[in-house]
Design a protein around this ligand. Structure first.
Ligand code: NAP
Length: 246
């Protein structure tokens, strides 16, 4: 049975985004899922979501394009009526030391992760202001706080999301819109498949809880920040990293 609320998740075809959709569907939210690259699995994911008795819209588009974000938001409202919760999840990495990093690799990552967060949020916020309620949850990263060699582009984009979150939280608090970020540590997805064996071996010493995170660890935090249980929390960065950064 649906709970009457609609959540829009970007980058939702795989990894953390997909798990957020499934966890939120289980909770009764209608889901608008954005994907960028066509996959055969997307219709299966829609069926899986609908099996929880909720509605599901599929919106294709690139978050780095402002026009496509405008279309995706409009399509969501046409199909599902409104947006109560936005989850800015789409993200990419293009790692390399700054000494060898091309301008393109820097700007591509910032364009998707940070400008993409602006593009979607900018198109959703007027709806939330009008309905005088809403939640915006953006997926940042532990490296946006602590930094990481080889990720100047990625950590700059994630630190940017944190500043964006805090400023927007102050702008829209009076309209009952809560804006928070989640900073995951290492999570087992395609993004971290490429981690060196060195890093993987060190996980036990780097993470007090001695395991890599699962997409569900992050989805559960999203569920909390979307719920009534977090109605006095805004402008915060929730660390979900097994204690990696304290
Ligand atoms: P992932 O498995 O690589 O999935 C990323 C998703 O984002 C994919 O569905 C991808 O779609 C989508 N995406 C990328 N660029 C996009 C664009 N321009 N427009 C729309 N969608 C786009 O990564 P993940 O691990 O699930 O990461 C999800 C979020 O968590 C990211 O913001 C990431 O930075 C953050 N995060 C991850 C970790 C980790 O350890 N995994 C840690 C901290 C933070 P395509 O299939 O089209 O590429």
């Amino acid at each position: 049975m649906g709970n009457g609320k609609v959540v829009f998740v970007t980058g939702a075809a795989r990894g953390i985004g997909k798990e957020i959709c499934l966890e939120m569907a289980k909770e009764g939210y209608d889901i608008s899922l954005n994907y960028r690259t066509k996959t055969d699995d997307i219709e299966d994911l829609k069926k899986q979501i609908e099996s929880y008795g909720v509605r599901c819209a599929i919106v294709q588009g690139d978050v780095a394009s402002y026009e496509e974000c405008e279309k995706m938001v409009n399509q969501t409202v046409e199909e599902l009526g409104k947006i109560d919760i936005l989850v800015n999840n789409a993200g990419i990495t293009k790692d390399g030391l700054l000494l060898r990093m091309s301008k393109e690799d820097f700007t591509n990552v910032v364009d998707v992760n940070l400008v993409g967060t602006f593009n979607v949020t900018r198109n959703v916020i007027p709806l939330m202001v009008k309905q005088r309620s809403g939640r915006i949850i953006s997926i940042a990263s532990v490296v946006g706080i602590a930094g990481n060699a080889g990720q100047t582009n990625y950590s700059a984009s994630k630190a940017g999301i944190i500043g964006f979150t805090k400023s927007l939280a102050k702008e829209v608090a009076s309209r009952n819109i809560l804006v928070n970020a989640i900073a995951p540590g290492f999570v087992a997805t395609d993004m971290t498949k490429v981690l060196s064996d060195d890093v993987k071996e060190n996980i036990n010493t780097m993470i007090p809880l001695k395991r890599i995170g699962t997409p569900n660890d992050i989805a559960k935090a999203v569920k909390f920040l979307a719920s009534e249980d977090s109605s006095y929390i805004t402008g915060q960065v929730l660390h979900v990293d097994g204690g990696m950064l304290m």
